[in-house]
Design a protein around this ligand. Structure first.
Ligand code: ADP
Ligand code: MG
Length: 458
């Protein structure tokens, strides 16, 4: 007779060692079945889970189990027919079903489990709206509003912007809001990394039909951080088919990424053009006003009255993104609480030194144009103009290249700054200069010198 493993204890151990979002996404779907001296058997709702857990968590699970019973060397995972979304016929059938009565997963659970965990504060009412994110906010709200017909909604919605500007917050808000209105809606909300992993696992375990069934049955397919799918050609192909099938069935698709669809290099052209076909919204860098509003709102959440001077100071200095802004405010509030004092400007200077150091001053494209024009001894107007003579063409391409490297602006935005050029022209210029740099050491030196001149101003 071997003794039973206490699953509760194993879970506690796992919770302490695995990141919370992973724990929620994967470990909570496990249930204990039985164990003998050498093998522990667990159940999961679908073949994806089985593969993913065996691949990613087998060792940590066994390690926890071994703390109780060191003789167990094998992890056996069964698919619980009651919990399988494909309603696959399990031939042990009734017996398994009866045993599993305590823990019956519905199809809705499978959606929740496959999806990313949600953050309770990432809701529409906690999202502060300003010029840079207004369009994204309005589009997200429209999509979440089930009283509108899907045909009157942008589909797909593609929003893009730098880190910490609210993409994940908006994704979460859509899920919360749809669930509030209609809990039966099938929402699949994943990062593209998870999408890739699930797809690869389904190929390995020959369950790609299950994969297709799951993804093509969603009412909402939401993929966060889409850029990670780049270079995974087979997954892209599968995504393309999923996309088409959902779009034809009038299901909603929402995607976020760190860049515009036209800048997803290595993306298959058909997919890229489909993505551009819906609404593409750029979440822009924050403005002073938005930062001010966010600080006020977060201070209210903390139930703190913070001096206007302090808010003003933070809004002026912490410009990188909203995550840093939040972090700074939180740090100040905690410090003041600990010291049991009011927040002062001195305290802000002192305790935020590291965050402040990270705020690189953004290089302005105007300065780059000015310096490049000076360097080649031409007028700024000629740098921007359509003149094709070589004495203008080369400086123009160099300036475009440097703006691309130093400012983080998109090809489209750079196009606008250079006399309304098309983003493909900008892309071409950047590519051309990159090649020139590789081929010609003199060009490389020249450009490095110009960049040095520009950097010395900041
Ligand atoms: P991203 O996914 O674009 O990297 P997140 O959505 O994770 O950014 O946002 C980073 C942090 O900033 C989160 O804590 C989020 O709640 C907060 N945040 C972003 N935008 C806003 C906003 N407009 N109003 C309030 N908080 C915001
Ligand atoms: Mg995010």
């Amino acid at each position: 007779m071997s003794s039973d493993v206490s699953w509760d204890l194993v879970i506690k151990g796992l919770q302490a060692t695995i990141k919370p979002e992973e724990f929620n996404a994967w470990i909570t779907s496990l249930s204990y079945k039985e164990n003998d001296k050498t093998t522990i058997t667990l159940a999961v709702p679908s073949p994806f889970f089985k593969d993913y857990i065996l691949r990613s968590y087998k060792d940590v699970i066994l390690k926890q189990v071994n703390l109780q019973l060191s003789t167990i060397l094998n992890l056996n995972i069964v698919i619980d027919s009651q919990t399988s979304f494909t309603k696959q016929q399990n031939h042990e059938g009734d017996e398994v079903a009866n045993k599993a009565k305590q823990r019956v997963l519905t199809e809705e659970d499978v959606y929740t489990k496959t999806s990313l965990p949600l953050v309770s504060d990432y809701t529409f009412d906690k999202f502060v709206v300003g010029k840079p994110n207004e369009l994204a906010f309005v589009a997200a709200q429209r999509i979440a509003d089930l009283s509108y017909n899907i045909k009157d909604k942008p589909n797909p919605l593609f929003f893009h912007g730098g880190v910490g500007l609210g993409k994940t917050h908006l994704m979460n808000s859509i899920v919360w809001e749809v669930k509030r209105q209609d809990p039966s809606k099938k929402i699949l909300y994943l990062s593209s990394e998870i999408f890739v992993n699930l797809y690869i696992n389904s190929l390995k375990s020959k369950t790609s039909d299950d994969f297709k069934t799951l993804f093509r049955s969603a009412d909402f397919l939401m993929i966060d951080d889409f850029q990670f799918i780049l270079g995974k050609e087979q997954t892209q192909e599968e995504f393309f088919h999923t996309f088409n099938s959902l779009k034809t069935a009038n299901k909603q698709i929402i995607i976020s990424a760190d860049r515009d669809p036209s800048e997803l290099e290595g993306m298959n052209d058909r997919l890229s053009s489909r993505l551009r076909n819906g609404l593409v919204v750029n979440i822009l860098k924050t403005t002073y006003e938005l930062r001010y509003g966010i600080l006020e709102s977060k201070a209210r959440d903390y139930n703190k009255v913070i001096d206007k001077d302090i808010i003003d100071y933070l809004a002026h200095t912490i410009t990188s993104n909203i995550r840093d802004l939040e972090g700074a405010l939180k740090r100040l509030i905690t410090t003041a609480d600990l010291l049991n004092t009011e927040i002062t400007l001195e305290m802000a200077h002192e305790s935020l030194r590291d965050i402040l150091k990270r705020q690189h001053v953004a290089v302005s494209p105007d300065v780059i144009q000015k310096k490049v024009a000076e360097f080649y001894n031409i007028k700024i107007a000629d740098l921007i103009s359509g003149k094709r003579a070589r004495i203008y063409l080369k400086p123009r391409q160099v300036a475009i290249y440097i703006v691309h490297c130093l400012t983080g602006l998109s090809y489209q935005e750079i196009g606008k700054i250079f006399g309304g050029r098309d983003h493909t022209t900008i892309m071409h210029s950047v590519k051309k200069v990159k090649l020139d740099i590789i081929k010609d050491k003199a060009i490389d030196d020249e450009i490095n010198l110009i960049i040095k001149i520009i950097n010395s101003i900041y």
